[in-house]
Design a protein around this ligand. Structure first.
Ligand SMILES: Nc1ncnc2c1ncn2[C@@H]1O[C@H](COP(=O)(O)OP(=O)(O)OP(=O)(O)O)[C@@H](O)[C@H]1O
Ligand SMILES: [Mg+2]
Length: 325
């Protein structure tokens, strides 16, 4: 199938992200008694911040932007509030050419909104209001009259009834499903595994896959996930990734050692980067290279969408091995 004809519906969260950076107050502080680091904001003080970036995020809107920048057709299906943050999300999607006719509006909740405090080290603390991106209703996620080749589903905040109906309907209509579940789904592994019966491509990070199937190494986790889905992909941050389609197994390292400015959206860029190639008929290895390049580009910029690659980008080789399973 030519990529021009492929259509993907991206389903899940839509939020506004506001990044505050370049502040002395955001220097990480270590606590002697803990291994963790902290941002210490004095109660009652006013901390100066020298840089602000407004952007939009949410797994599904980030993914939809990867699809259109790669020349595919994409629509976003999800819920926002009737507020300026929701308008900002829709404006970004319009500007990129993502369809918004399946967006629903919450009467009760505001659009998801995050304030991200970026430390000079690239670490961050996030204050997040999930709002409309956690309260989903069956009536807003109907596929009647919707034509698409794939559904790309990011976290639905553990709304299993909506996911169940959506996946069943997609299957009946012959749509394939790629799923990147989040905390809300991972909290109920048995329910999640039951959903996977309808899923073609499952993509999660290593810690997340360990909550779904048994296994120590990333290869073991990948192979065990094939008991549920056709294609399993397990990422492990800068340490690389493992993927299998049941025929071969691909192991890849780091695409490029870059300075991480903001890792927001890395996972979304990886998953959607993969599907933007796989849905257009590219090989498993080529799809993994693009996914890695897309996510590596995203972590170099503030905001989850800024670094998403455009169609004409030139890729370079990366450490990768493929063997028959
Ligand atoms: N520090 C880094 N340097 C280079 N690339 C990175 C880095 N961190 C992440 N990436 C890229 O992003 C991809 C996905 O990252 P990761 O495995 O952390 O996913 P994730 O935990 O699902 O992310 P998210 O928190 O966004 O959901 C990696 O496979 C890699 O290509
Ligand atoms: Mg993730």
């Amino acid at each position: 199938m030519s990529e021009k004809n492929v259509k993907i519906i991206a389903i899940g969260a839509a939020v506004q992200d506001v990044f505050l950076s370049e502040s002395e107050e955001f220097e990480p502080v270590s606590d002697r008694s803990a291994h963790e680091q902290f941002m210490k904001l004095e109660l009652g003080a006013k901390a100066d911040v020298n840089h602000i970036t407004f952007s939009t995020g949410g797994g599904a809107t980030n993914a939809a932007v990867t699809f259109v920048r790669q020349g595919l057709r994409a629509e976003f299906m999800g819920t926002v509030g009737k507020d300026p943050a929701g308008q900002a999300v829709l404006d970004d999607l319009d500007k990129e050419g993502v369809g918004t006719s399946h967006v629903s509006y919450s009467e009760k909740y505001n659009t998801g909104y995050s304030v991200l405090l970026l430390a000079p080290t690239g670490e961050r603390t996030i204050l997040t209001y999930r709002g409309a991106s956690t309260h989903y209703h069956q009536k807003d996620f109907k596929l009647d009259g919707v034509e698409a080749d794939w559904l790309y589903v990011s976290s639905m905040a553990g709304c299993f009834e909506v996911l169940d109906r959506l996946f069943g309907h997609a299957r009946k209509k012959g749509m394939k499903i790629m799923f990147n579940p989040g905390k809300g789904e991972l909290a109920h592994p048995a329910k999640l595994r039951a959903l996977l019966e309808d899923v073609d491509v499952l993509n999660v990070n290593k810690e997340e896959m360990a909550q779904i199937v048994e296994g120590e190494s990333i290869e073991e986790l990948t192979v065990h996930a094939l008991n549920y889905v056709n294609v399993a992909i397990v990422s492990d941050g800068p340490r690389g990734v493992c993927a299998s389609d049941g025929k071969s197994i691909v192991k890849a390292g780091m695409y490029q050692d870059v300075k991480v400015i903001d890792r927001t959206g890395a996972g979304d860029a990886f998953g959607s980067g993969f599907l933007s190639q796989w849905a257009a008929g590219k090989s498993l290895a080529d799809s993994i290279v693009f996914a890695s390049a897309n996510s590596t580009s995203v972590v170099r910029y503030i905001g989850a969408k800024t670094g998403i690659l455009h169609h004409d980008v030139k890729l370079h080789d990366m450490p990768l091995s493929e063997k028959a399973l």
